[in-house]
Write a protein that binds this ligand. Structure first.
Ligand SMILES: [Zn+2]
Length: 395
């Protein structure tokens, strides 16, 4: 059990109300929220008909985790952050935050989905992979269980998921109503901009941050959705974008860990790109925020992991780990999710995760040519969109 200093209880990190206002504006920023460029894209749904009746709810997730814990052959353990012992352990509205572990390897892997509540299939994809790891006796899954201990977070943002919105809403649990700002407005927090050196505005952020400092993972994966997207230069529909939230070769990543993550994150995606290119229905490109800008945000959860965020001395050794993210095309909010693409969307995420993890387990990822990141389709780079210094010029 790791010893860590207690947070001052009752004084959860102070609310940065100006930051909260900024986060409300950030709804137009990535990940995945840029308006889709394509009017005629046919993945997942050209009609914009979104039926969300099959989207997993919070109670669906809890029930599925309990079922997997009871029925899995290979030791799935599902628990709440309260049970894990974090000092803040629930969502703003008081929902328990769930993690499931499987595997017994020395290297720990963090896999999170649905930090944006309106980006649903990270949840389905993670539950699918968890089920496979818990039940499949084949050599591939045996290797993954021997090499890794997995920490799956199928629904990072349960409040936003229940409301089908990107954010979480700051909540006063005593009155069971939104905490209003000075103008009487709800305060919506983008949880993927809320791991900052100044602290955490929403409870979910501090809860999962503290759990991260206990786990100290070796690798991470983060699953999102974007709107419909066409491949630059060809106009083909993109089904999956491969992203790194601190741009390789950009202002930040090359300076972390002597550039190790700058190389390894590119190798991770080059490997995924090569493995998934075998599947005809998957068309990949590099994640960009639009207009040729690369993403370079420090307050994103997985960016903060790579930066080794130390808040209130919870991470005194400055642990850090590389993380990549996947963006599935189609989003409930802009009506482009499309029922027909559901199975395909989930499958491509499961394949991407499985192939990446096998490649890390065998060491093939670490042998991939990082420079081939340039070969993955993308717009010419015009600069970097940051959350700390606006737009930065290309390097
Ligand atoms: Zn997202």
């Amino acid at each position: 059990m790791t010893h860590y200093p207690k947070l001052q209880h009752g004084s959860r990190p102070k609310r940065y109300r100006t930051l909260a206002a900024a986060a409300a504006i950030a709804v137009v920023l990535p990940f995945g929220s840029l308006a889709p460029a394509a009017a005629d894209a046919n993945f997942p749904s050209p009609e914009g008909q979104t039926n969300i009746s099959s989207i997993l709810t919070y109670s669906d997730v809890v029930a599925e985790l309990q079922k997997l814990e009871q029925t899995s052959r290979y030791g799935v353990n599902a628990f709440t952050l309260e049970e894990a012992g974090t000092q803040v352990s629930t969502s703003e509205q008081g929902r328990d935050l769930y993690v499931a572990t499987v595997g017994s390897g020395e290297e720990h892997v963090w896999v999170q989905g649905r930090i944006h509540g309106n980006e649903p299939y990270g949840t389905d994809s993670i539950l699918t992979l968890l089920k496979d790891l818990g039940s499949n006796g084949s050599a591939d899954y045996s290797l993954l269980r021997e090499k890794f201990t997995f920490h799956f977070i199928p629904m990072y943002n349960p409040d936003g998921s229940e409301a089908n919105i990107r954010h979480t809403v700051l909540w006063d649990q005593e009155s069971d109503a939104p905490e209003l700002d000075a103008d009487g407005k709800q305060q919506r927090i983008d949880l993927n901009r809320d791991w900052t050196a100044d602290g955490f505005v929403a409870d979910e952020s501090l809860a999962f941050y503290e759990y991260w400092t206990k786990v100290k993972p070796d690798f991470g994966i983060d699953i999102h959705h974007q709107g419909l997207k066409e491949e630059w230069g060809t106009g083909d529909d993109v089904t999956l974008s491969l992203g790194i939230s601190l741009a390789p070769g950009g202002p930040t990543l090359p300076n972390i860990e002597n550039g190790v993550y700058d190389v390894l994150t590119r190798q991770m995606h080059v490997y995924v790109y090569d493995q998934l290119a075998k599947y005809g229905s998957i068309n990949m490109d590099r994640y960009q925020v639009g207009n040729g800008y690369e993403i370079d945000i420090k307050g994103g959860v997985v960016s903060a992991m790579m930066l080794g965020l130390d808040y209130q001395n919870l991470n005194p050794d400055g642990h850090s780990n590389p993380v990549v993210f996947f963006e599935t095309s189609g989003n409930t909010s802009d009506g482009s999710l499309g029922q027909k693409a559901r199975g395909k969307s989930i499958r491509q995420n499961v394949l991407a995760m499985k192939e990446l993890l096998l490649g890390l387990a065998t060491g093939e990822v670490q042998q991939a040519d990082a420079e081939r990141w340039e070969d993955i389709p993308h717009q010419p780079v015009n600069g970097y969109q940051t959350d700390y210094a606006g737009i930065q010029p290309p390097r």
